[in-house]
Structure formats: C-alpha cells, structure tokens
Ligand binder design. Structure first.
Ligand code: F6R
Length: 255
C-alpha cells in the first residue's frame, strides 16, 4: 500500500485526477471504477479541467460505479446515477452507453446483483478503481460485518445511514433502505486501486485501515492484501498515520 501525502483537499484532488488521467492516457479503453460522495468531487472537477484543456479523452473509456440506492430512478437527484451525470459524465466525452451503475429500480435483487457482476466481468475487469472510505471503514456499501461479501450484493442500510440520509428527502418514507454494491471481491479484483480521504474525521480509520489487523469489521483493511493500492490523503486525514507510522507515507514534506 502506497500512501501519498497531500497538503489539502485541492492538492489531493489534483494528485488523484492526474493518476486517473495518466491511466486513461496510457490505455484509452480503460475500465474505470468510480465512486460517489464528497471525496471524489474535487477529483472529478480536475478531470473535467484536464478534458477541457484537451489533455485527456474518455471516448473509449468504460466506467462502472461501485453502488446505487435501491428504489431510486436515475432522474432522482439523490440517485448515484444522477450524481455521476451531474458531476462528471455530462462534462466529458464518455459515451453514456459506456457508463454502468447498478439498476436501483430492478426489484429482482438476486437477478440485478448477478447481472451487474457479469457486466463488470464482461468488460474485462476494472483497470483502476477509485474509492472513498467511510468513517467505519466501509468501501462501496460494504459495511463492517463478520465476513467479506464477495460479489455484488444488496445491503440493508443501517438505521444510522437512513437517519443521516433523511435530510436529503422530503419524507422519511422516501429514504432508501437498501442499496446495491460491488462486493469486496469485486473491488479487490481491480488491477489498481486509488483510495482518497480528506479531513480529520477520517484520520482514525486511515490508521486502522493501513496498520490494523485485516478483518471484515474494518472492510477497507482488506486493501492491505491488494498488490497495487495507492492512498492519497490530505494532511488532516493523515494526522494519526503521521504520528504513529510516518514510515508508511511517501512524499511527506520536509518539516
Ligand atoms: C460512494 C461509496 C462510499 C463513499 C464513502 C465515503 O460511492 O461507495 O463508500 O466512498 O461513504 O464518502 P465521502 O466521500 O462522502 O466521505
């Protein structure tokens, strides 16, 4: 696991976008695994700038997203399909038919999970998977549990997550209670993984992820077993790693 220091969110976003752009420049038909949430927003903004400057083109890329809420149509502003369109896809030259995300409206849960897993496989696997990390170590919607879920599956969202999400919906009954997510096995099958984290609230979990035991109670800890993981985190998120395991961090500034 290569851990790279960034001064702040801006620098983190620039470093992450440069790595994704490099992947696409070196292999124009790359399969990019993408994430939603606040961590990748700056990275996507930077990628859009690189595209606008003519430095990178996505016309041959395929994009597969990690997860999607069940029961939300893609026009719903809270769906991850909507998020991806608004924050990245509609600003670059990726072809809509080359973007994939679980179909949250498919009520056949088993069928949808099998279909999505097969989609990822049929693309030849993910070349570069972008990840954020939850405060509890979740990646995708793989929450802490007693085992590592292997393939794409449907998860019941914790009450805590439903409560947190209820601020985005007019009524609590509208808040999704389930989501489809790639499994830990699907994520680990990516050739390269790029995890980004920002802010002091992520400091304890970054320390646990990188130095703690590999266990399903901290799902992201499994990344210690992947042969090509890069973590880019800002100074606040790296705070506890800098104190407890500075030797793990590359590109630390001279103090
Ligand atoms: C998003 C996803 C989640 C987020 C994680 C961190 O597609 O799969 O695992 O990456 O919850 O979210 P932020 O970036 O909002 O802190």
């Amino acid at each position: 696991m290569k851990i790279i220091y960034a001064k702040d969110y801006d620098e983190l976003s620039r470093k992450a976008a440069n790595r994704i752009a490099a992947q696409v420049i070196l292999k124009s038909e790359s399969v990019l695994g993408l994430a939603t949430g606040s961590s990748p927003l700056g990275t996507y903004r930077r990628l859009i700038k690189l595209y606008e400057a003519g430095d990178v083109h996505f016309s041959k890329c395929r994009a597969v997203n990690l997860d999607e809420y069940c029961g939300l149509p893609e026009e719903n502003t809270q769906s991850y399909a909507y998020f991806m369109k608004e924050n990245l896809f509609r600003h670059i030259d990726i072809r809509p038919e080359n973007t994939y995300i679980p179909d949250g409206m498919n009520r056949d849960m088993e069928g949808e999970c099998g279909r999505y897993e097969e989609t990822v496989r049929s693309l030849g696997g993910v070349d570069l998977q972008l990840l954020g990390i939850g405060h509890n170590g979740h990646i995708g919607f793989n929450e802490p549990c007693d085992f590592f879920p292997k393939e794409t599956h449907c998860v019941e969202l914790s009450k805590q997550t439903v409560d947190a999400n209820s601020r985005f919906f007019p009524k609590r009954e509208d808040v999704p209670t389930h989501a489809y997510t790639m499994g830990i096995g699907t994520i680990m099958a990516a050739k390269k993984i790029l995890l980004i984290a920002s802010g002091e609230a992520k400091a304890p979990i970054l320390l646990q992820m990188a130095t703690g035991p590999v266990c399903p109670q901290v799902p992201a800890s499994i990344l210690q077993f992947h042969s090509d993981v890069t973590v880019i985190a800002d100074e606040d998120a790296l705070d506890m790693l800098m104190e407890n395991a500075p030797y793990l961090i590359q590109e630390l500034p001279e103090l």
